[in-house]
Design a protein around this ligand. Structure first.
Ligand code: ATP
Ligand code: HMH
Length: 270
């Protein structure tokens, strides 16, 4: 099975393209990539960014779809309106599941999506998203509202669905509480939560990339969306619980952990 990640390169290897390809590999999927930007980055922060020319992003996508039977794709850091336009136009023609991780800001505060690209993401990318996986700050920007309560989470998800995203995973990593709770809103109207203990760790660099890549790998392998989402939560929890101790800042998660350690996720149908 072949999956595609359309994202930025993280030279530090914990997020972006590198995290996605490691996740695909661990989940038994052949990974391909279209790189939207280079970042000079480590666990302490982003030093510099060099965006790819939109035409070169298009060239990478053309080369991939010409040759490979890609069965699912994801987007990560897309940086500019012009790159989003290229990606959306391509994905509109490909009838495969698309996971949109609406990456906006790195943990150290660097901007990974230009301010003026938010509108483009809402107008052209969400309509082609099979599933969108915002963290709370991203959901606030996309939905144009403040999120504090569970009913805010549901309202924001409804707004993203109204923009065209078919299914939504609202990630709770940025909320407080003893548990890390993600809430999933499916196209058929069903809602469920996925709960794991919140781990007190600095090693959470690339959690969102890894989680969305794991969903993509599941879809590429032909799993149902719900099953792929729950398995992805297991993957990211194992990767957070067993850190590698790399770097001096927000360290990467452990992509090897899922295949080595068991990990429980509590699923609650609302
Ligand atoms: N400290 C933690 N303990 C357990 N799970 C966590 C923790 N932090 C995040 N998660 C889980 O990791 C997944 C990614 O969520 P998060 O909200 O961190 O994404 P993100 O902010 O997009 O990540 P990124 O740093 O890549 O931008 C979710 O399933 C979330 O619940
Ligand atoms: C390239 C890249 N993509 C995504 C993130 C968000 O974790 C990051 N820090 N770097």
């Amino acid at each position: 099975m072949i999956a595609l990640t359309i994202a930025g390169s993280d030279s530090g290897g914990g997020a972006g393209i590198q995290a996605d390809l490691k996740t695909f590999q661990e989940l038994g999927v052949f990974g391909t990539s279209a790189i939207t930007a280079l970042t000079a980055q480590n666990t302490l922060g982003v030093h510099d960014i060099m965006a790819a020319e939109p035409a070169f992003v298009a060239a990478q996508l053309h080369a991939l779809f010409e040759d490979f039977e890609i069965t699912a794709a994801k987007t990560g850091m897309l940086f500019s309106p012009a790159i989003i336009d290229v990606v959306a136009a391509t994905m509109q023609q490909q009838h495969i599941p698309l996971v949109v991780d609406p990456v906006m800001i790195a943990k150290g505060g660097a901007t990974l999506l230009a301010q003026q690209a938010v509108q483009t993401m809402k107008e052209v990318l969400l309509p082609v998203a099979t599933v969108c996986t915002p963290n709370i700050p991203e959901a606030e920007v996309l939905a144009g509202m403040t999120i504090t309560t569970a009913s805010d989470v549901a309202q924001a998800a409804q707004r993203l669905m109204a923009l065209g995203a078919k299914n939504i995973v609202m990630k709770g990593g940025h909320l407080s509480g003893v548990d890390a709770v993600d809430t999933v809103f499916l196209e058929d109207g069903s809602v469920f939560t996925m709960t794991t203990p919140r781990i007190d760790t600095k090693a959470t660099h690339g959690t969102g990339c890894t989680f969305s890549a794991a969903i993509t790998a599941g879809l590429a392998n032909g799993q149902e969306l719900k099953e792929a989402i729950i398995e992805a939560k297991r993957f990211i929890q194992a990767a957070i619980v067993h850190p590698l101790g790399i770097g001096h800042g927000h360290g990467p998660t452990n992509h090897f952990a899922y295949n080595r350690y068991d990990c429980e996720v509590f699923v609650d149908e609302a």
